[in-house]
Design a protein around this ligand. Structure first.
Ligand code: SF4
Ligand code: SF4
Length: 427
C-alpha cells in the first residue's frame, strides 16, 4: 500500500499490498477473434521467413521467424496469420508482431503430448517457453549456467501487485508437485518457496523449505532475498547461482505436463482509476482492451496504462498491447493523477543517494546516463550495482525519470557487450 503520493518531500515508508484473505476466483476473459503474438526477433525484409500471411497454425504450434531462429512463440489458438509486421519495443528493441485470426474449431498440435510422460529440461525448453509466469527455461537448459538452487517466488516484486500471492494461496495444496517436477527436470534439489511472513504460517506449507519475506518494499526483490535470507551477497556482473521462478510459472509447468499440452491462461490483477482490483485470467495474446471492456474498466485519452507496479512497471503505449507471459498487473491511472517526469536538471538534493539500498551515487550516475555515457556510468558510478528497485525515481525532487535512464543504460551496456562478443567470435 502506498502511504503517500508518488512525489513528496519525506522518505517513503512503503508496505507491499497483501492478497485478500479470501480471494474470489478470477473472471475468465473469452478468447477474442484476433490475437496478437510478439516474437522477440526483428523482421528482416531480405531474408526468407518461415511464415507468411494466410498461413494456418494449430494451437500449441511453435512459430519461428527464420530457419535459424533461436526464439519462438507458441500459438495459443488455432487460426490464420493475417499480419506480420515489425514493432519497436521498450528501449528501441526491434521485434515482430503477428496477428492471428482465431478459428472457431480448435485443433491442438500433438508434439508435446508425446513427450509429456518424460519431463526433462530439454522438452520443457523446447515446447513450454512463454507459458504463464514465464519460466526461465532457456537459462535452466543452458549448460553454461551453474544454478545450484531454485527459489519459487510467491511474493510480488512491486507495490500494489498481488498476483503471485494469489496464485500461491490458490494452488498451495499443489506446490509440492511443482517442487517435485522442478527437481526432476533440473536435477536441482535445493528448492525453497519465498512467501510473505503471514502466509508462511499456513499449515499446508509445513515441512517445506520456506523463505519468509517481510512485507516492506524492497524485501521481495531477488537480490534482497539472496542477501537477507540465503546469505549470498549481490555481486554486480556475477552470474547468479540461484534461479528465481515465479510461482505461476512453476504451476504452469505442472499443469502442462499433467494435461499433456501447453497452457496459456494468465492470471492478471487489474487496478482501475478508482483503485478497485479485479482479477482475471486471459489467454496470452489477448489485446488488453478486451480485458478492460469485459470487466468495465474505462480508459480515456492520456490515461496511463502501466504493466507491472508503480515503481518498476513500464507503460503500455497501445490498448492493443497483448497479454504477455509475465504480465502480472495492469494499472490504469487517470491522466491528471499520473506523476509526470520532467526535464528539469538535478538540484543535488541528495534524496536518491540517501534512499538507494545499493549505495549508488545516483545524483552523479544520472548525469552520465542523461549524456548517454553508459560505460562511464558503470565504471565511475556503479550502474551495475543497482538492484532495479525504482526508489530513486520515486523520491526525486526534480522528477527526473532516473529509473528509466538506468534501465536504458543497462540495456545499452548489454547490447555493447554482445556486439563485442559477436565481433570476437567472427575474428
Ligand atoms: S533503482 Fe535507484 S535506488 Fe534502486 S538500487 Fe537502482 S539506483 Fe539505487
Ligand atoms: S537526481 Fe533527483 S533526487 Fe537525486 S539529487 Fe538530483 S534532484 Fe535530488
Amino acid at each position: 500500500m502506498i502511504k503517500r503520493s508518488f512525489i513528496g518531500l519525506t522518505a517513503p515508508k512503503l508496505k507491499c499490498d497483501m492478497v485478500e484473505p479470501d480471494p474470489k476466483d478470477p473472471e475468465a476473459i473469452p478468447i477474442p477473434p484476433r490475437m496478437i503474438l510478439l516474437l522477440n526477433e526483428p523482421l528482416d525484409s531480405i531474408r526468407e521467413s518461415l511464415i507468411k500471411q494466410g498461413d494456418r497454425v494449430q494451437k500449441g504450434e511453435r512459430i519461428f521467424l527464420y530457419k535459424d531462429s533461436q526464439s519462438y512463440v507458441t500459438s495459443p489458438v488455432s487460426g490464420a496469420i493475417t499480419a506480420i509486421a515489425p514493432i519497436t519495443g521498450n528501449y528501441g528493441v526491434d521485434a515482430t508482431y503477428l496477428v492471428l485470426e482465431t478459428n472457431t474449431k480448435q485443433d491442438v498440435e500433438q508434439s508435446f503430448a508425446e513427450l509429456a510422460a518424460t519431463p526433462n529440461i530439454e522438452n520443457a525448453d523446447r515446447y513450454l517457453r512463454g507459458i504463464p509466469g514465464d519460466p526461465p527455461l532457456k537459462q535452466l537448459a543452458d549448460p553454461e549456467n551453474r544454478f545450484n538452487r531454485i527459489v519459487i517466488t510467491g511474493v510480488d516484486d512491486d507495490l500494489m501487485c498481488t498476483t503471485r500471492q494469489y496464485v500461491l494461496a490458490r494452488f498451495a495444496d499443489k506446490i509440492d508437485r511443482a517442487v517435485a517436477l522442478l527437481k526432476q527436470i533440473t536435477g536441482i534439489n535445493d528448492i525453497s518457496i519465498a512467501m510473505t511472513e503471514t502466509m508462511a504460517k499456513l499449515p499446508v506449507f509445513n515441512g517445506m523449505n520456506l523463505v519468509r519475506v517481510a512485507s516492506d518494499y524492497i524485501s521481495s526483490l531477488p537480490p534482497m532475498i539472496m542477501a537477507k535470507h540465503l546469505g549470498i551477497p549481490f555481486v554486480p556482473g556475477k552470474d547468479l547461482d540461484v534461479c528465481f521462478i515465479p510461482v505461476e510459472a512453476a504451476m504452469s509447468l505442472v499443469r502442462a505436463y499433467e494435461e499433456k499440452q501447453s497452457v496459456y491462461d494468465k492470471v492478471i490483477t487489474i487496478i482501475d482509476k478508482t483503485g478497485k482490483r479485479t482479477r482475471v485470467t486471459a489467454t496470452i495474446g489477448t489485446p488488453i482492451h478486451r480485458i478492460f471492456t469485459r470487466i468495465g474498466v474505462e480508459t480515456a485519452e492520456q490515461d496511463r496504462i502501466i504493466i507491472g507496479g508503480p515503481l518498476r512497471g513500464i507503460a503500455a503505449y497501445t490498448l492493443y498491447h497483448p497479454v504477455m507471459p509475465d504480465m502480472d498487473t495492469l494499472i490504469v491511472q487517470a491522466s491528471g493523477e499520473s506523476p509526470m517526469a520532467s526535464d528539469y536538471p538535478c538540484i543535488n538534493c541528495g534524496k536518491c543517494v540517501k534512499i538507494c539500498p545499493s549505495k549508488v551515487p545516483v545524483n552523479l550516475l544520472v548525469r552520465y546516463l542523461e549524456a548517454g555515457l553508459y560505460q562511464e556510468a558503470a565504471d565511475s558510478c556503479d550502474l551495475l550495482s543497482c538492484i532495479d528497485c525504482g526508489l530513486c525515481s520515486y523520491v526525486c525532487t526534480a522528477k527526473i525519470p532516473i529509473f528509466q535512464y538506468i534501465r536504458l543504460g543497462k540495456h545499452e551496456l548489454m547490447k555493447m557487450e554482445s556486439e563485442i562478443q559477436t565481433e570476437a567470435q567472427n575474428v
